[in-house]
Design a protein. Structure first.
Length: 353
């Protein structure tokens, strides 16, 4: 029986990682053909794409009433994203950073972590809190598209005002009415027709087909992955939070690791860091939002007292390193790796849970 679940675990992980890999490539290809900048791709499509394994496993865990796997996966993945992935990427090559990473997206990531901590102080993430998470992520995505994030003048304060003034609803409304009016007037110029034909010739249909198939592979893999993870938690008599923080978190963070290392080697440090920051934001706002909406997520005391504060500490340290010389240097990457090694050691020796 145990060999069957080992195979299920491996099979699920392969489908998760490879499915997410093809999903990311097709999504990035679609975005590039539609004229989206590389910086936005890193913060949105690539970050969301690399968070698909976490999202799929979180949904599967919520449906199986395994709240510990959901929380452990999110917190463990966010810690691994910074400690392991940024650590490895920065030791390979110095990562150049930019002010928008700190002033807007970095502070939004820290805000997400702090809000998460506030919400778990009562031991549960309710459906109302889950809706707040989803609204924040929804607003963040529209904010990025609307505010031209390459420009440095947009910062965290702009996003907060954008959110609380419900400007994202105004944006959606204006876009819907604009689309309806254009459809009603049938305003399709010869130039627009030419561009549409060029997009189809460039393989846009193929990209969308790969996107759909790879998305299905991720969902299938997540189901087997979580089923095997729950089995091993019961077999070794450990909490599902422990499994979420270790095996599940590292396994679902493999796409981020692959993307960030590749980006660092090719000199695209802004995409590497943007991918991690965007992924951490998505893990809290989107993944916990959807999971909490399906079923309220319960939180154990060790998350409140140890792992969540460590996640916040790592987030603050990342912002400090981004600001230092506007580079994440090799020595700083080594610091992240040491901290992650200490965290995992304490986790496996029982010093945390």
């Amino acid at each position: 029986m145990i060999y069957v679940y080992i195979l299920l675990f491996a099979f699920g992980l392969i489908f998760l990682v490879k499915g997410a890999d093809y999903f990311i490539k097709s999504a990035a290809s679609i975005a590039e053909k539609l004229g989206v900048s590389g910086f936005i791709i890193g913060l949105t499509l690539v970050a969301l794409g690399t968070s698909i394994p976490e999202l799929a496993t979180a949904i599967a865990a919520s449906l199986k009433k395994a709240s510990g796997l959901v929380i452990g996966n999110v917190v463990g993945s966010n810690i691994a994203n910074i400690g392991l992935i940024i650590g490895v990427a920065a030791t390979i090559a110095v990562i150049k950073t930019k002010k928008p990473m700190l002033n807007r997206d970095g502070y939004i990531m820290l805000f997400a972590s702090l809000l998460f901590y506030i919400f778990i102080t009562n031991g549960i993430i309710s459906r109302i809190e889950a809706v707040i998470f989803l609204l924040l992520y929804f607003a963040y995505m529209i904010f990025l598209m609307e505010m031209k994030p390459e420009l440095q003048e947009y910062h965290f304060g702009h996003f907060i005002r954008y959110f609380f003034r419900f400007q994202y609803l105004v944006t959606i409304r204006s876009r819907i009415f604009s689309a309806m009016n254009r459809k009603k007037k049938k305003e399709v110029t010869p130039e627009e027709k030419r561009k549409i034909k060029e997009l189809f010739k460039a393989g846009l249909v193929k990209d969308f087909l790969i996107l759909i198939i790879s998305g299905f592979a991720v969902v299938l893999g997540a189901n087997y992955f979580i089923e095997a993870a729950i089995f091993f938690a019961n077999l070794f008599n450990v909490s599902d939070t422990f499994i979420g923080l270790s095996l599940v978190a590292v396994g679902t963070s493999l796409p981020e690791l692959s993307v960030s290392i590749t980006a660092a080697r090719k000199g695209y440090g802004n995409i590497a860091v943007g991918n991690i920051i965007g992924s951490n934001i998505a893990n809290i706002f989107l993944i916990l939002g959807i999971s909490g909406l399906i079923r309220p997520v319960s939180v154990i005391k060790s998350t409140l007292y140890y792992t969540a504060p460590f996640m916040i500490f790592m987030s603050i340290l990342l912002l400090v390193f981004i600001r230092s010389y506007w580079n994440i240097r090799r020595i700083e990457g080594a610091v992240f790796l040491v901290l992650y090694a200490v965290f995992m050691t304490l986790l496996f020796t029982g010093g945390i849970l």
